[in-house]
Design a protein around this ligand. Sequence first.
Ligand SMILES: O=C[C@H](O)COP(=O)(O)O
Length: 248
Amino acid sequence: MRKAIIAGNWKMNKTVEEAVKMVEELKSLVKDATCDVVVCPTFVCLDAVKKAAAGSNIKVAAQNMHFEESGAFTGEVAPGMLEAMGIEYVVLGHSERREYFNETDEALNKKVKKAFEHNITPILCCGESLEQRENGTTNKVIEAQIKADIAGLTNDQAAKLVIAYEPIWAIGTGKTATDEQANETIKAIRAMVAEMYGAEVADKVRIQYGGSVKPNTIKAQMAMSDIDGALVGGASLVASDFSAIVNY
Ligand SMILES: O=C[C@H](O)COP(=O)(O)O
């Protein structure tokens, strides 16, 4: 039985003060959640959020990291720096990073491996554009992403993966994939993982849905057979909305 995981991706929002205030509010609101609860603040807020979340059930994720250990990479953050801070998860390959920051599958594969080396669990994002959904290439596009991004892991590492299926056309648009569409694609992703690492591993991998998840959509989404959680953007910025999602 997979434990659900719901993560709030704050993207480029919240000052340190606002982020800490949000965690302080969330702590009591999500304390009885039955799923894993994760917040993903910007790098500048990570340390303060981690300290604010201490002693609670809120886990902290970075929104990105570099694959190198250290060196002349101005503006980047190394995996060891996140590990030293006790960061448990890292979001990798969000469609915004693939699109605006030219993140490639080759780099993502290095990042996924490096995250595991540093005891950080990747939340690996994948998903198709509206055009790809409409021309019927959704599974082909996602298969290319998954096969490249998670290649070369051990079975133990692969089993710990969190994958977020985010149809790009549903991000921040108010359009969610139907529960059936999301579930079907997530099933297909699980089959891709099974092809690479076997059914036993694939059965352990947690696969979230992301794209305009709201308090009024989550219950039906979580009732689907293969949806193991959510990666929430906009609705994760307000404590009452995010806690309502987490306490679905
Ligand atoms: O990482 C989160 C996703 O991009 C979803 O964002 P959204 O809930 O605002 O559509």
